[in-house]
Design a protein around this ligand. Structure first.
Ligand SMILES: Cc1ncc(C[n+]2csc(CCOP(=O)(O)OP(=O)(O)O)c2C)c(N)n1
Length: 245
């Protein structure tokens, strides 16, 4: 696979891919009788678009230096990540591993653990940690590009984050720094579903998150997360703006 090949699932449509992600996630959570099926259900369309059209990785060479990074900041939805890894063909994520979700000694821990499986870029689970780590990854990308040149280093860092990630204090500091440093190769997809573990987010916050990101210097777009072309167009727009900067 070359650097610019897309991860492809043959003739399957992106809707089929999203439904496959949903089915794997709900079955694994059901079998374990433990875990969070909601986030994978809601973000499956986004994930399918992201991995089918944009994320440049090579599952047979997981540590290739200039691969795109993907961080599932909403680590409680770990089955989304494991299902993606299964479907794009990471050798260490066979169906047997999905069936061992949340079992002692499995690679498919309740929250993604760095080192448990290829392709897990960082441990997530403590809300806010993933989005903050991703800011560091995006900064590292810019520093390496400055040192080695854009011909060698030009990857993106993609993040899926939930309400809880953005509520945590650590995310405020990291988002501020990312905006200040104009880390435009960092693309965060926020699952704005207004629901958290204890009920509606209105119980605990009235923060206008979009205004908050804009105040920190970010470019913010709102799309229907189940309209795959809208999702793709938003990511594309963001990538084009970056190349004009
Ligand atoms: C720092 C921290 N506090 C508490 C938790 C426990 N926890 C796991 S998921 C969750 C709710 C997350 O809500 P949201 O981000 O909106 O995700 P969604 O409900 O949409 O899946 C909480 C509080 C955690 N993982 N990390």
């Amino acid at each position: 696979m070359t650097k610019h090949d897309k991860v492809s699932a043959g003739a399957a449509s992106e809707k089929d891919m999203a439904n496959a992600l949903r089915a794997l996630a709900m079955d694994a959570v059901q079998k374990a009788n433990s875990g969070h099926p909601g986030m994978p259900m809601g973000m499956a369309d986004v994930a399918a678009v992201l991995f089918n059209r944009f994320v440049t990785i090579d599952p047979s060479t997981p540590n290739w230096a200039d691969r795109d990074r993907f961080v599932l900041s909403a680590g409680h939805g770990s089955m989304l990540l494991y299902a993606i890894h299964h479907l794009v063909g990471f050798a260490d994520m066979p169906m047997e591993e999905l069936k061992r979700f949340r079992q002692m000694g499995s690679r498919t821990a309740g929250h993604p653990e760095y080192g448990h499986a290829d392709g897990i870029e960082t441990t997530t689970g403590p809300l806010g940690q993933g989005v903050s780590t991703a800011v560091g990854m995006a900064l590292a990308e810019r520093m390496m590009a400055a040192r080695f040149g854009a011909g060698l280093v030009d990857h993106y860092t993609y993040v899926i984050a939930g309400d809880g990630c953005l509520q945590e204090g650590i995310s405020h500091e990291a988002i501020d720094l990312a905006g200040h440093l104009k880390l435009s190769r960092l693309i965060v997809m926020w699952d704005d579903n207004r629901i958290s573990i204890d009920g509606p987010t209105s119980l605990s916050t009235s923060m206008d998150q979009k205004m908050r990101f804009r105040a920190a210097g970010w470019d913010v777009q709102t799309v229907d997360g189940h309209d795959q072309d809208q999702v793709a167009a938003a990511i594309e727009r963001r990538r084009n703006r970056r190349s004009r900067r």
